[in-house]
Each structure stands twice: as C-alpha cells, then as structure tokens.
Design a protein around this ligand. Structure first.
Ligand SMILES: C[S@@+](CC[C@H](N)C(=O)[O-])C[C@H]1O[C@@H](n2cnc3c(N)ncnc32)[C@H](O)[C@@H]1O
Length: 362
C-alpha cells in the first residue's frame, strides 16, 4: 500500500497487481461500486485503449480512434496528464496537445485544454496518458476529486492524514471492528472516523460526486441501485472508539468532521494529554499518528513523548495491539513495545512506516 494507490480499470482476466495499483476487468456497475466502496484507492481509471506510436501524427491518428463518445460530450474541456518513459515521444506537453487534438478530430469540435485543479469547479475530465517503451496507454479518470475526499473533512488540525491512508492503517492494524479502538493523538479525528465508517460498513463515497456521473452513458438507475445496496449493508455496531488530543481546537474540529461523516455517536472525543487517557479494561487496538517531525535526529522532546507514550500504554493498555505511524525508528524504539511488523509507506511524499506491536503487561 502507498499513500497514492491508483486503481486501473478494464484489464482482461484476473486482477493484476502493479506498482501502486491494481488492474482488473469490470462492468459499469463495478465501476460505480469501486468508486463508492473502496476505502484505500486514490482514484479509479478506465482504460480507453493502448497502441504503439513513435511519431506525433501516428499518436494523433491512433488516439482519434478511441471511444471518446463514452466519456465526453463534443467540445467538453479536458485536462491531459502525461508521463513518458523510454519512448521516442518524450515531450509531455506536446503529447498532451496531440491527444487533445485527437479528441477534437473525433468530435469535429476542439476540446479545450484545462489544468486539473481539484478545487476548481467545474472539474475538466481528466485524461491520463502513459508512454512506456513507445506503447501509449490512454485512460479516463472515473473519480473526479481524489477518493480520499469523502466529503466530511471540511476542517483540519495540524498534519492531517489522508482519509485513504487512515482507512488503510485501520485495516493493516488488524483491528477486528468490535474491540475498543483508541487514538490518543487524534488531531482532526481521521483515524477514529475512518474506523467508525469501517466498523459500520458505511460506504466511504456515499456523500460525494464522481466524474463518471457526467459521462454520456451514466446510468442513474444503476448508480442508485448500487447506493441503495451499499446503504443496506450498513450495521449498527456497538463498538467503543476513543479519540483524544491535548489540543482543544483539534477536538472541536474532529467532532464536526465526525458529525458530518454521520459517526459522532460512535466516537468518544476528549481533550486530554496522552498521559491522562483512561481506556476501558477490555484490551483493544491503539492506532495512532503521534507527531514525528521530519528530522533524522529527533529532538529530546519527541523522544520523551514517545517514551512517555510507551509507559502509558504499559500501565493503561496491557495486552493491547498497537499500530503507530512514524517516520523514525529511533522514536519508536523509545516506546519499548515489542514489534510484530513494520510496513513501509509514504505519507505526503515522505517515507514513513506503520509499526505494529503488542503491549506487554507490567
Ligand atoms: C500528526 S498529528 C495527528 C493527525 C491526525 N492523525 C489527523 O489525521 O488529523 C499529532 C497530534 O498529536 C497531538 N499531540 C501532541 N502531543 C500530545 C500529547 N502529549 N498528548 C496528546 N496529544 C498530543 C497534536 O495536538 C496533534 O494534533
């Protein structure tokens, strides 16, 4: 898992793992379902076609044969994002221009080129072009805004995790969805909220729009059917989720986010320093993202914080499972919690690890 896993759509045969993604065959209903239900994917892209091209005229001619009518209206603005690797055509801006030109040729009307800025409205249709050893793969983004934008997190405190990464950490922690879960450094509440959505089986995409909804072939009935099906799978889980932070402002933000996500009733938020947490007796999971700084040698304050955190866990959470996201082995070492696994990830481009462990009793 990475912080940025794209999921590609429309390969043939078995799902195929790629670096940072999965390629699979899918129906239109699957396209709706994957956008609606996947908790850790960044975006779902639909493969329009693949061909070789070694000159710009060849690229334009072959790209103009793709089924553009399935995703675009004539004259609709597009954003074309290009990557080129070991190919004769390596000038990405020129490739983007030719692909937009090919779309114009297809419709007999130019397709205006726009920048893809997630915060601007309306979003242009994003087209992804990848050249690898002269093979050109052209795909259409089906998601629109990245899938971590669930719609509930309108405010953030310091250093928030992406919702997709938070959901991935909850799953990677091995949490069973029933035992208590605690985040004593909760910030904007992302881990606790994603845990609550997961425990209740709430579809992460149920409150947002997707790019495919603007496609000519969008089947509203089919989408509503998928949505109703996802809603019917929700459960009223009696689980205890505790989230605390010493920053009162962060707790206020976390509460508002949880309310928007529809899970405020499931999470107990408290403004507390980590040394003051009072978890239940039943052993559960601590999944958290304490401050870690980005320096190679962490300062003394952070080392003390991790040492204190380890002491608190031994005293208050014997036999609990732990999952701590951190960029530094030295800091994790200060906790003196036996490690079970270290999972390498990136968070906002920074290499980090998710350290899974188990608290021993005193
Ligand atoms: C990296 S942020 C957590 C971000 C969070 N995962 C999110 O998605 O928003 C670390 C948090 O730890 C809190 N913190 C720092 N020292 C603390 C302490 N001693 N006790 C409790 N919280 C603390 C900070 O206020 C900050 O909100």
């Amino acid at each position: 898992m990475t912080a940025n896993p794209p999921v590609t759509f429309a390969a043939r045969g078995e799902p195929k793992e790629e670096i940072g993604g999965v390629e699979f065959d899918a129906s239109q209903a699957d396209l709706y379902r994957t956008n609606l239900l996947l908790r850790t994917a960044n975006r779902i892209v639909y493969r329009l076609g693949e061909f070789t091209a070694v000159s710009f005229p060849e690229l334009r001619k072959k790209a103009a044969r793709l089924p553009w009518e399935t995703i675009l209206q004539p004259g609709q603005p597009v954003a074309v994002r290009v990557t080129c690797h070991k190919s004769k055509l390596y000038h990405s801006d020129a490739v983007a221009e030719r692909v937009a030109g090919a779309i114009g040729d297809f419709f007999g009307k130019p397709a205006p080129m726009k920048k893809f800025n997630e915060n601007s409205r309306p979003l242009p249709q994003l087209i992804l072009v990848r050249f690898n050893h002269d093979t050109c793969t052209i795909s259409a983004d089906t998601s629109g805004e990245l899938l971590h934008r669930r719609g509930y997190r309108l405010e953030t405190a310091k250093a928030p995790l992406r919702e997709t990464l938070a959901a991935g950490l909850i799953m990677a922690s091995g949490w069973d969805g029933r035992s208590p879960l605690l985040d004593p450094f909760c910030g904007s509440g992302t881990l606790a909220i994603e845990a609550a959505l997961y425990a209740r089986r709430i579809a992460p995409g149920k409150n947002r729009r997707f790019a495919f909804m603007d496609w000519p072939g969008f089947d509203k009935k089919k989408w509503e059917h998928q949505l109703a099906r996802a809603n019917s799978l929700e459960i009223r889980s009696p689980v205890t989720i505790l989230a605390s932070d010493r920053d009162a402002g962060a707790i206020q933000i976390a509460r508002s986010n949880a309310e928007r996500a529809g899970v405020l009733d499931l999470i107990q938020f408290d403004c507390l320093a980590v040394s003051a947490i009072q978890p239940p007796n039943q052993a559960g999971w601590v999944v958290t993202n304490p401050p870690y700084g980005v320096r190679v040698s962490p300062d003394k304050d952070l080392r003390d914080l991790y040492a204190r955190f380890g002491d608190v866990l031994r005293r208050q959470c014997p036999d609990w499972n732990t999952g701590v996201l951190c960029s530094n082995d030295l800091l994790i070492g200060q906790m003196h919690i036996p490690l079970l696994e270290k999972i390498h990830l990136t968070n906002g481009g920074l290499p980090v690890s998710f350290y899974r462990g188990k608290v021993q009793s005193l």
